[in-house]
Design a protein around this ligand. Structure first.
Ligand code: PMV
Length: 358
């Protein structure tokens, strides 16, 4: 099933100009997407929490161009400075999605973007960045077509965000979302959908991100996904992710935190297991990543608290726990764990309500 067709609005009226601005959060996967085919089609389904504090803010100013051309006409600013490397990425993204936005060939764009989290903190800015960009483009389309339904607006935003960075498609909705065909009804490889009927304990679940190591990752996600094509365990892994998606969906309804933790921690270690069993093999965990995990297991055994870890494609550790246990857990983090963080840096985040037009 193709959810979104190419084509759409063109013939921009004379004098059409204005600006749109969105802030969109990053997300943290619980069941991990790792491996893809074709045009950003995931090899397995995933489930994630959309965060609250780790966001990208993107403003797009648009004006009708004097001459139409098939090349995007765009200036790109990152944190106030005209950007080379980021601009290049955005240019390629706009070229890739222009078949879905024919009006782009008639516009001149100035894009201004900034993150609320430190650059190179190891927090993926692609999910927040690409979702903010996709929502901005949708807002321009909506100005040209005010009749557009909200449902279509978000579906297409998710579809477009996916073409920029797979996991970005999950950030257009708040709370818990799933992406990739699975046993869950309406699930799709092309867009994410929000999960409903989840237990209230997850509405304000906490995510403290321990910044173990800042800086550029040694192996990009793009390379990591690609290596799944030859990973000998790939088939089993993709089947496991299917099962885990079905199971986690049930756990998210029941609110059973022990079951939640067991599945989520296993997913994180499996993701890194896939990296270690790829050819060439690689490892993104650092000694302090492993030290935190062992301390966490000891803490849980000693206190019975419900705090669990997950990892993304990097060395940072995400500690997940319920709001009701936050005071105690945060105290422990401050007392015992910040020494493992580079420059003692960590980010207190939580599940959020999704992107906002600002
Ligand atoms: O969206 P990408 O291509 O940056 O890949 C994200 C991969 C993980 O963060 C490791 C897992 C996920 O589902 O977000």
């Amino acid at each position: 099933m193709t959810v979104i067709q190419p084509g759409g609005i063109k013939n921009v009226p004379d004098g059409f100009s204005g600006k749109v601005k969105w802030e969109s959060p990053s997300n943290i996967a619980l069941v991990k997407y790792w491996g893809k085919t074709g045009n950003q089609i995931p090899a397995n389904p995933s489930i994630s929490f959309t965060l609250k504090e780790s966001k990208t803010k993107t403003q797009i100013e648009y004006t009708k161009r004097k001459e139409i051309s098939d090349k995007p006409h765009v200036r790109f600013f990152f944190e106030g400075k005209e950007a080379g490397q980021f601009g290049e990425k955005t240019f390629l993204f706009l070229k890739k999605v222009d078949i879905y936005f024919p009006f782009l060939s008639e516009l001149e764009l100035t894009i201004d973007t900034e993150n609320t989290f430190p650059h190179s903190s190891g927090i993926a800015s692609s999910a927040s960045g690409m979702s903010a960009m996709a929502l901005g483009l949708m807002s321009i389309e909506k100005k040209l077509n005010p009749e557009m339904s909200e449902h279509y607006f978000y579906q297409k935003a998710s579809f477009i965000a996916r073409l920029g960075s797979g996991s970005a498609c999950r950030s257009v909705y708040g709370g818990l979302t799933t992406w990739g065909e699975s046993s869950l009804s309406n699930s799709s490889n092309e867009i994410a959908i929000p999960l409903t009927d989840t237990h209230p304990v997850f509405d304000d679940f906490q995510d403290t991100i321990l910044l173990i190591e800042r800086g550029q990752k040694e192996v990009s996600s793009t390379v990591g996904h690609g290596l799944m094509h030859t990973n000998p365990y790939a088939k089993t892994r993709f089947a496991q992710a299917q099962d885990n998606t079905t199971q986690l969906n049930e756990i998210l309804k029941s609110g059973n935190l022990e079951e939640f933790g067991a599945l989520v921690e296993s997913e994180a270690l499996t993701l890194h297991g896939m990296m270690m069993t790829s050819t060439p093999y690689f490892m993104l965990m650092k000694p302090n990543t492993v030290a935190v995990i062992h301390d966490l297991w000891a803490y849980r055994k000693a206190t019975g608290n419900h705090v669990y870890f997950t990892l993304d494609a990097g060395a940072n550790v995400h500690l997940l726990y319920s709001k009701s246990e936050a005071e105690q857990v945060l105290q422990w983090i401050k007392n015992e764990l910040i020494g493992y963080c580079e420059n003692k840096m960590y980010i207190c985040d939580a599940v959020g309500h999704g992107p906002q037009a600002i």
